[in-house]
Write a protein that binds this ligand. Sequence first.
Ligand code: EPU
Length: 416
Amino acid sequence: MERLRVDGGGPLRGSVAVSGAKNAALPILAAGLLTAETLELSNVPALLDVSTMLALLGRMGVRTRREGAKVAIDASQVDSLEAPYDLVRTMRASILVLGPLLARFGQARVSLPGGCAIGQRPVDQHIRGLQAMGAQISIEHGYVVATASRLRGARIVTDMVTVTGTENLMMAATLAEGETVIENAAREPEVVDLADALVAMGARIEGAGSDRVVIQGVARLGGASHRVMPDRIEAGTFLCAAAATTGEVTLSCVLPDTMDATLDKLREAGATIEVGADWIRIAMTRRPKAVNLRTAPYPGFATDMQAQLMAMNTVAEGTGVVTETIFENRFMHVLELQRLGADIAIEGNTAVVRGVAGLSGASVMATDLRASAGLVIAALVAEGYTEIDRIYHLDRGYERIQEKLAGLGARIHRVT
Ligand code: EPU
């Protein structure tokens, strides 16, 4: 198994280009199932999760072509309406094929994802919403088995804000008969990016980016070209790494407007931040100040940035209180950060992080994608060598991370 070896203690300096967003690319790839014409995407990141989604589509008979960051999806000859357990269990976002399959073919058999390291993550809201649109759904042998002659528009109020739930229902509604209204919809920029792709395919969607999305169903969708939005979480991870190492970094290919909560916290920590239309420059000239944060749906502070900001807090001046409200088990990185010398106490869904003067390298284990990103940041700060095991988690969501960090002066290697 591959590990990352980091010789930490130096500041990050330089420029780095941010890749396309994982959490926009995955639903948009699934949206390719909604049409018999070709969907052409650019800025698709080279990630394990993207390969998994392409493999899943391939199992259904979808023809996919990938050349660098360009991907073409041709779902004109779908011959299986099933998402099997062996793929779904490696990537929960596989559930995103449920809405499109049901809407276009009137049938779907999608494995239930099962357990997850960061929380229970049920998909009941996806199922309830599709049932409201007229689908017959049962759970059989671990699979969601859904049928519908044609979905019909409905008013759906979700119990909580769910990102992939909103995306699944929005995709299903594009081909339903009549109007669908999703209330309490997720406002994440990735939902907007998916809506933009669907509109380019001929869908009629209004309100994406607000908590009320209105979709007028159409009889069919067509092919389109779409450029996947930049990854605000990858961008935020580099900014936290720069702040924690008292570095100076310029990011290109970003959308600063989608990153307010993270930028505000980094400014509060003492960073100087300048932004342009598609770039961000951060300079941290002194030890960061600890910040308090509470995760929340967009535009609140993203749960996907919690571990990275916590890593910065471990070496900050003062005490930072980190509250996780989205997932019930997203503090797995805390025990690993403690191995590097961090002073963190957990009380329920709150972690109290007392900043220490420095961390020292050790062997640590990655437990999930963003936890791994937090560990990388801590490793960049720590004096001496840190080895991070199970980095396949990192490869799921960060394109060429060690190459990009090495370009910023980090001493980082992949070892087997
Ligand atoms: N929830 C339910 N029932 C549902 C759906 C969600 O109870 O049917 C709960 C979840 O258990 C959680 C909360 O609602 O407590 C919010 O979960 P959400 O559905 O929004 O999460 P998700 O759609 O499964 C996406 C991202 C995650 C990100 C979350 C929150 C994708 C592919 N995944 O997951 O990304 O953490 O939204 O912003 O978009 C990551 O990239 O590392 C990652 C985990």
